[in-house]
Write a protein of this length. Structure first.
Length: 219
């Protein structure tokens, strides 16, 4: 089974978590794109969705699901999103698609966060995938210097401007053994909008696509 087929299978499994949900949170990325496409069959039951990116918003609108502002929607019952890495504690690295800030906001506003990934994203220790950090443009070099002091090797993702007007530093060579602590430390650097560690608000359920089918992992 190809990686894309695994993504489709895990996206299908996520549909069970949106039954009876009128307004849901929707993330960003290739696995989520499969999930959005599958929502077309349920659109009559869904009043709207809060989306973490312009790309996902356009995809939702194309299948006829209204996109709502989080300010108007209030707290959400469920948020469906992927991850670049997820560990056994359901802590994640996200932000490969540069939507980490909006993803973190929607995750925080959701009662249940369902993470949908293929088995290649499931790791013992976070950090092999470069850690995205969104920064205010004027602070990029300063934040990079501070990250170097912490042992990381930041690289500016040139040409990337987030939906919030921020820039991305991808941080290499981190072995993130204490994700909540590093999340707090990086978030406290002036100029950081947010960091792609999702540990203070981890996933509640991980749907893991593997060759033998989709496994449902719960704490």
């Amino acid at each position: 089974m190809t990686q894309d087929e695994l993504k489709k299978k895990v996206a299908e499994a996520a549909l069970d978590y949106v039954k009876g949900v009128s307004i849901l949170g929707v993330g960003t990325g290739s696995t989520v794109n499969h999930f959005i496409d599958l929502l077309a069959d349920l659109k009559g039951d869904i009043e709207g969705a809060v989306s973490s990116s312009i790309n996902s918003s356009e995809r939702l609108k194309k299948i006829g699901i209204p996109v709502l502002e989080l300010n108007d929607a209030g707290d959400l019952d469920v948020y469906i999103d992927g991850a670049d890495e997820v560990n056994p504690a359901f802590q994640m690295i996200k932000g490969g698609g540069a939507a980490l800030t909006r993803e973190k906001i929607i995750a925080g506003a959701s009662r249940k966060f369902v993470c949908i990934v293929d088995q290649s994203k499931y790791v013992d220790v976070l950090g092999k995938f470069p850690l995205p950090v969104e920064v205010i443009p004027m602070a990029r070099s300063y934040v990079a210097r501070e990250i170097v002091k912490l042992g990381g090797q930041p690289q500016w993702r040139e040409g990337c401007v987030t939906d919030n007007g921020g820039q991305i530093l991808d941080v290499y060579n981190l072995s993130i053994v204490n994700p909540p602590e590093l999340e707090r430390t990086l978030n406290n650097i002036p100029g950081v909008i947010t960091v792609g560690i999702f540990a203070l608000r981890p996933a509640d359920v991980v749907l893991l696509g593997s060759e033998t089918g989709v496994r449902t992992l719960k704490p």
